[in-house]
Design a binder for this molecule. Structure first.
Ligand code: AMP
Length: 280
């Protein structure tokens, strides 16, 4: 497994890998867990070589967010990726990605207004700009993203379509802990007590699914029941509880067809998100 820090070297190697077969790419911010590794396995299965990037992208963090504190352990990441048979780890530093004079930003309209976009202004432009750059450097056949970050996966897919990137975006299912908590590098911030409380977010999503299965179609009732359940655990500051359509992520009033039920909440130092897609 090669670890590469320069853009030029990554581009040269990616050109060579592409001439030998299909290239799969998994962008990450490191501090890897089974969720990340599941994306690597999807890429491994579908491609001849796999490139993983490890880059904590400063431009997707707001001024009050956890850029400095974001957990990092490259030694461990490297070992895990080696065990998964990854061919190349691209690990640029911030100056390589954003050299002096960098002035460009990618914006996807509408889809980024609601959900996480509302309370994290600039976040998705930060994500899109770095993903656009990474796709241009690696030029993979497929890039794999996680359903855990549903809005991110959708927004990246729209950028790729709108800007004619020659890469297919593949979305892989959310990997959970045994008690249902969606795996996340940010779970590291939770105290043992908060870790015990955190699975209520997934329980609230399951409650929504049960209600809809039992015939509830009013989104407001579902959201209210979810909020009540989450509030039973102390310490949560809910960012949003939403039911949106899966195309444009617009809130729905009546639940019919395919909808995304999504939740975001702060718990201690962590901001946790989770979602499920369901069909009424
Ligand atoms: P991050 O390192 O948090 O930027 O995540 C890198 C990629 O891993 C993104 O595509 C995430 O959606 C994905 N990912 C993170 N957590 C999970 C999870 N629990 N299950 C599946 N994919 C995940």
């Amino acid at each position: 497994m090669k670890v590469i820090r320069s853009k030029a070297a990554m581009q040269r190697l990616a050109d060579r890998l592409r001439s030998q077969g299909r290239v799969g790419f998994v962008p990450t911010m490191g501090f890897l867990h089974e969720g990340h590794l599941s994306l690597v396995r999807v890429a491994r299965k579908r491609c001849d070589s796999v490139v993983v990037s490890v880059f904590v992208n400063p431009t997707q963090f707001g001024p009050e967010e956890d850029l400095e504190a974001y957990p990092r352990d490259f030694g461990r990441d490297r070992r895990l990726l080696g065990q998964e048979g990854v061919d190349v780890v691209f690990r640029p530093d911030a100056e390589t990605v954003y050299p002096d004079g960098f002035a460009t930003s990618v914006l996807v309209e509408r889809l980024t207004r609601g959900l996480c976009g509302r309370t994290r202004p600039g976040h998705f432009s930060g994500v899109l700009t770095v993903v656009a750059k990474l796709l241009n450097i690696v030029k993979p056949d497929i890039a794999v993203f996680g359903q855990k970050d549903a809005q991110q996966a959708l927004v990246v897919g729209r950028m790729v379509r709108d800007l004619d990137f020659d890469t297919r975006i593949v979305v892989a299912p959310t990997v959970r802990e045994r008690d249902g908590l969606a795996m996340s590098s940010r779970n590291f911030y939770l105290t043992p007590e908060q870790r015990r409380q955190a699975p209520v977010l997934y329980r609230s999503l399951r409650l929504a699914r049960r209600m809809v299965r039992d015939g509830e179609r009013d989104a407001a009732s579902v959201k209210l029941a979810m909020r009540r359940l989450i509030r039973r655990e102390s310490g949560f500051r809910i960012d949003y509880v939403e039911v949106v359509d899966t195309g444009e992520l617009q809130p729905v009033r009546r639940i019919s067809g395919r909808v995304l039920v999504a939740v975001a909440a702060h718990l201690g130092r962590a901001r946790l998100i989770d979602n499920i897609i369901m069909r009424a």
